[in-house]
Design a protein around this ligand. Sequence first.
Ligand SMILES: C[S@@+](CC[C@H](N)C(=O)[O-])C[C@H]1O[C@@H](n2cnc3c(N)ncnc32)[C@H](O)[C@@H]1O
Length: 281
Amino acid sequence: MTATPGTGLLRQTARPMLRRGLRAAEAGVVAAFVALVERQARVGRLTPRVEQAIADALRHVATTSKGRARTGSPAVRELVDQFHRLCYDDGQTWRKNTWQGRRTWKSPNDLWLYQEIIHALRPGLVIETGTAFGGSATYMGFLLDLEQKGRVVSVDIASRATPPHPRVTYIAGSSTDPAVVEQVRSMVEPAEPVLVILDSDHSERHVYDELQTYADLVTVGSYVIVEDTNVNGHPAHPQHGPGPMEAVQRFLAERSDFVVDERMHRWHFTLNPHGYLRRIG
Ligand SMILES: C[S@@+](CC[C@H](N)C(=O)[O-])C[C@H]1O[C@@H](n2cnc3c(N)ncnc32)[C@H](O)[C@@H]1O
């Protein structure tokens, strides 16, 4: 069967334009809808019946007639953000996670991405700032055991009991203290991949300083992972104030050798949106 002349052109130009137009219109409708819901909540009229009607309406705009998610849709984005805030604010989620019995303040999605990165990269050294209870450091220690190579160095300003692991070294001190930085640097092995994870003080100033301090240690093809870029309304914890996301934006405006790895958004939900920065040069 031969294609009707002009069909290809229609597909290439008119349909994408129509889709973009519909998305723009939908974005306006979703924004108005969200504003209405927030107003109802403020005035105390968010009864179970109203909430059910909202859920039905959102399901309608967020799915195709075949019941599939419309992944590029503003309505879906709003649902994902709502789910993100639920995961962040609910005291039963990341705060309760443990690895081998040790508190680990990460989402399972991100821990899975860590596993993929560590397996693909097989780093000689993982540098973590922000040890807390050692859950994330030992998680990575076990992942390195599976690779049969590599070490983790984890820095924290507070001293807490941390779980021993033969591949993990803990350093007490501030991640930007020159003496600490020197100790970390001395652990880098020439020609071995280095992965950096920033998860300490989440103020913009501190994260930016850490990026300035540690990004140059990251080897090409590896990452600096900036944790908790979701705070300050991206989309969680709007009262936080400028934090990791703002530090990342500043850093990326100055550096062309790092890019956001969009593949790390494939699960739609990560506590580190735009926080997986891959070194490309
Ligand atoms: C979010 S927690 C780390 C969570 C941990 N990586 C995990 O996934 O379970 C942040 C930690 O950063 C530490 N911290 C705060 N300021 C710091 C600094 N300037 N240098 C190093 N650690 C710092 C805190 O003591 C706290 O333990």
